[in-house]
Write a protein that binds this ligand. Structure first.
Ligand SMILES: [Fe+2]
Ligand SMILES: [Fe+2]
Length: 307
């Protein structure tokens, strides 16, 4: 397939081509790989949720680069759908779930997915776009459409929400997941081809990948990679990240992400009304002086509290 070079793969990723079938492209009935929520330890290896790339070991590096972020978001998608399926907007006792979900969404999901789009447009795709003959402009249009949907959810009433808000939330979340899943599949189809056409190397991608990792993404990317790639894939990714980013992740980012993001979602799914304690963990678990979203890129000026 294409002009890929096995020496670019870093040696650990077999150079076997993958087959893309029509069935694999059908996103009309998406299901997501069931990955448990664990506040300690990591999930066991299963398979990717991607409908395009179905195996870490059988794919070439060009196929898997988008899976690092996408599998993380698909993990969130599965949990978001579960939370919505377990939510009855007509049940007064469950109205708290609307505010709780929106707080989680604004704190963890919205900024992470927004940063993924910005990373793609400004760094990852910008790197390749100029080197190839044509580019699917639909991708940027999709981002604009997705952002519109994301903002509609963000604007829903958080304080004193009504059952009507709840019904709307359920529909909007389902639509967001459907649209984003189709968008991810399109990207996973076209981008490997463009990487080959541009003669991009794995080492170049490694340098770009560092710039996507923030405190709201890296803990989840690594957590979910245990599932779709396994321990060796985690070791490989970690070996390619600078030591200070790993230190930040392990010391400051991982625990708040698990307790607040995973714990918060778990409470909404399970109907545990102790959620406020979990969300307050945003403060309690993160009392350190933290830096901006990309401390390794810009100013070292500390920002107190949440960035
Ligand atoms: Fe995208
Ligand atoms: Fe993407």
């Amino acid at each position: 397939m294409g002009n890929s070079n096995s020496s670019d793969s870093g040696g650990d990723i077999p150079n076997t081509n993958i087959e893309l079938t029509e069935n694999a492209r059908d996103n009309s009935s998406r299901t997501f790989t069931e990955i448990p929520i664990l506040l300690q330890g990591n999930p066991l290896q299963t398979v990717p949720s991607s409908s395009v790339v179905t195996s870490y070991v059988l794919a070439e590096w060009q196929e898997i680069v988008l899976l690092f972020p996408h599998e993380f978001y698909r993990f969130y998608f599965g949990l978001m759908l579960k939370a919505m399926n377990n939510f009855n907007p007509d049940d007064e006792e469950q109205q708290w779930k609307i505010s709780a979900f929106l707080r989680w969404y604004k704190e963890w999901f919205y900024p992470a997915l927004l940063s993924h789009h910005n990373y793609e447009e400004n760094i990852l795709f910008a790197w390749i776009k100029e080197k190839v003959s044509d580019w699917p402009e639909q991708i940027e249009a999709d981002h604009a459409e997705l952002l519109k949907n994301m903002n509609t959810i963000k604007a829903l009433g958080e304080s004193q929400p009504s059952p009507e808000d709840g019904k709307q939330l359920k529909e909007l979340v389902k639509e967001l997941v459907r649209f984003a899943s189709e968008h991810f599949a399109k990207e996973e189809e076209f981008f490997p081809k463009k990487l080959r056409e541009a003669n991009a190397t794995y080492q170049e991608w490694v340098a770009k990948n560092i710039e996507e990792q923030t405190k709201k993404t890296l803990p989840g990317v690594i957590y979910v990679l245990h599932s779709w790639g396994g321990e060796k894939a985690v070791e490989k990714l970690r070996s390619e990240l600078p030591g200070h980013i790993l230190m930040m992740n392990d010391q400051f980012w991982d625990s708040p992400w698990r307790k607040s993001s995973l714990g918060g979602l778990q409470d909404i799914i399970a109907g545990n009304t102790q959620l406020d304690d979990q969300v307050s963990c945003l403060e309690a678990c993160n009392p350190f002086t933290v830096y901006g979203e990309k401390p390794w890129l810009g100013s070292r000026t500390p920002v107190r509290g949440r960035a």
